[in-house]
Every structure is written in structure tokens, then in C-alpha cells.
Design a protein around this ligand. Sequence first.
Ligand code: TYD
Ligand code: MG
Length: 485
Amino acid sequence: MAKSTLSFVCQNCGAAYNRWQGKCESCSEWNTLAEEDSTGNVPVSIRSKRKGRTFALESLSGKSHDAPRLSSGMVELDRVTGGGFVRGSVLLVGGDPGIGKSTLLTQATSMLARAGHRAVYISGEEAVAQVRLRAERLGLANAPVQLASETSVEDIVSTLSEGTVPRLIVIDSIQTMWTDTVESAPGTVTQVRASAQALIRFAKKTGAAIILVGHVTKDGQIAGPRVVEHMVDAVLSFEGEGSQQFRILRAVKNRFGPTDEIGVFEMTGLGLREVSNPSELFLSERDLGSPGTAVFAGIEGTRPVLVELQALVAPTSLGTPRRAVVGWDPSRLSMVLAVLEAHCGVKLSGHDVYLNVAGGLRIQEPAADLAAAAALVSSLVNAPLPTDAVYFGEVSLSGAIRPVAQTSARLKEAAKLGFGRAVLPESARGDVSDAGLALNSVGGLTTLVAEIAARGTPRGNHQTQRDAEPVEKNATPARFRREKG
Ligand code: TYD
Ligand code: MG
């Protein structure tokens, strides 16, 4: 007979140990082990000895339900989910406290309810009055959302099993839910896992879409069980810099759609506003004509996004110079710095280097290498880059500039926003016939560095605002220009 196994379960990653220890060997967190019944879920009395029943096996080509997706009415949210909520699917939305998860989901449920669907909002954290207060502030108090403040999964499931099947159920948050099939306290790994399991079962059985809100720990992991991430169909992460108004919704995992799309929102006094043209937003507060900034023409999912990279290169007073980067991969920065030193004769070992992506966006593309390099050199030699130029291209370890995908989409977006020229990889020429921009193609980083350095003035006696565009158009060497036509 299986004996009840009490074991110590890490509350961060779910790893189980049979004795207590200070540090979890799986995720290296300290003091996260708590005693739980890790076999967990099914009490022996329920486990029956009956023979399994047989069920019908179906073919892939069978008829599926009507309208498998339900649009949320929010374009940016639909973009991230891949076109709306899939029936019977379960989504996990994670994010820092106060980032706006409850606001986003209140807006989404209200939109659906107004469109005539049954939408339910279960808050385990806030009282009904608090949720109402928020809805009032958002101007959504009259939306026919069904609201409750509940934490028992069994009660929730039996309540929602009555009447028409809800199209959308929001559970805010999964960490506050508990089920009496397991004995651990609410918020523990076992409880969260069992509650999530019960809700997922309900979603699959009835076809309702469920959104679980999950808390995020200090280092950005969805707290408690990573296991929940494996159980759900999609994991969305809601991010933003505390001081900024911009919020970015990103798909981390999606069984029914792409994972590289982002949705951009702005937090206003009246809730979250969708931002359909993020480039305009990210470039809205540009510091025109100051050294150390370069506009990167990037791609987020299917959408081109223009964003400003800001660099500061300053002599260091420390033995080991500082390298700090916000919004980009630190190891890519190190690589670009190494290439600049090794191939372009740029000496940075005596300088602190700071790089920031404006607007709180996090860039993952290697295509940002060229823009980062341009911003760094521009700051080092104190030479502003042309304000009407965008940059993109991957820097290879040899110092060559490699082509990147979707060149024409990047150029089109830049032209649309009024940019006049693009600095891009030489080999990208093929697919950029009529972009409406002057194209300055560079084959190697050395060329670009020489070009920027030629305009530089030593730090300190930079002639102020003599000319917003330090290089006259005629002075640009012909090989850097490729006019349209
Ligand atoms: P909330 O949705 O409660 O965050 P979460 O559920 O992720 O913890 O959002 C709380 C923050 O959003 C709070 O700091 C106030 C701000 N906010 C606004 O700026 N405008 C609004 O209309 C609302 C409802 C909230
Ligand atoms: Mg909340």
C-alpha cells in the first residue's frame, strides 16, 4: 500500500526533497522548502480499483466547435493571443504587482460582456466593492459582467456549471485559490497546482476560456509553481517600467498562436489605452540632435517597431569599467564592444558604458547590433547621428554587418514615420527596391565607425547646435547613398 509521503517541496520551482534543506538545488533559492503532501492530489479513498471505462477515439479531421476563437474586442490583446481566446483554453497572465493585470482583465471581461457573452470575473484578492470601484473608474460599471469574490475552487466550479457556459472566466489570482482535495495551505505549490488542474479540467469539459492571473516574484518568475506554466495553453507576461506609462503584453508560450507578438498599452487615468502604432509612442520624446542616440528599426512579431537606443560612454574612475544595459541582452553588448575594440580601433577599456532602450521596450533581436554600435560610437566621439536616420543590422564577430529578416517592412515603417535614410547591411540590397528612403549600406562596422568619427568633436568643446544635422547631404560619399529609382 502506498504510504502517505510527506515531503519538502520548493515553493519556487516545485522540486521535491525527502528532507529539509536550506537551499533548493534545483533553482538555487534559499528558504523555499515547505512540508507538503507531494503525492498530492488524490486521497486513497477516492482512488478506486475499478477497471477503466472505454472511450471513443476520434479522427483529426472531425468537426470542431463553431467559432473556435472569441475576439476580446481589444486589438492589442487579440494580437498577443493570436486572434482571440480559444474555447476551452486556459491562459496564465503574469506580471509585477500594480502593473495593471486586474485593470486589463476587467476591461477585457467588460468588452465581452457588452458584446453579449457571459463573462465572469472572480476575484480572490479584492472584495466585490473594490472591483466595482475600479470598474466605475474605468467607466465600465454598466457592463453586464458577473462578479464574485471567492477562493474555493469547488464552489466556483459548481456555481459556474449552472446556466449557460461562460465564454470567459477570469480568476484573479491563482495563488489565492484553494481546493479541499489537498491539505496544504493556499498559495503552496501543491494547492496552486491542484486548483489550476481543477480549473483546467472545467475549461476543457465545458469549452469556457479561463484566464488565470499569476503573481511574479522579485526576479520575474511566475511565483510558486513553474508547473502551472506547463499545464496552461498560453502564458502571457505583462511588463513595464514602474515610472513609465507604457505596458507591454508579451506571449511567453502559446499553443494556439505566435510567441513573438507584443501588445502595447498605455496606463492612463481611465485605464489601459491600446497603442496601435508603438513606434510613434517610443519615439515621441526623442532628444533630437544629442550624441549617443540612434533609432533602431526593429520587428516585434509581425509588426515593425521603431525605438530609440541611448548610449552613454564616459571615462571611468573605477579599475573595472561599468557596463550596464537596460532592455537589451548584456552579452550582446559585450560582443559589440569587443568587436569595436578588436576591429575598429575603438578603445573602450577606460570607459563606463551604459545602454538603454527608450520607453521600457525589451529588444531580443540581434538586428539591434548596428544601432547599438552607432549609438556607442556617437557618444564616445561626441558626434550626434543624423536625426532622420534609422539603423539595423547584425554585427558578426569579424566586424562584418550581416543581413537581417524583413528589411522592407522595417524601411516602410521608417518612411511612414518621416525618416529620410536608413543605415543597413550591404547584402540586404536585393529586397529593398523602392523604400522611399536614401539607403546607406555598410559592409563592415569599420566603415560606420570611421564615418561617425569623422564628424566628432572631442567631448567638452562640442559646438552647440551649430547644425542639427552635422553631415551635409552633399558631403555623404556616393557609395553611401542610393537614391530611389
Ligand atoms: P491593477 O490592475 O490593480 O494591478 P495588478 O492587478 O497588476 O496588481 O493596477 C493598479 C495600478 O494601476 C495602480 O497603481 C493604479 C493604476 N491605475 C491607473 O493608473 N489608472 C486606472 O484607471 C486604474 C484602474 C489603475
Ligand atoms: Mg490585481
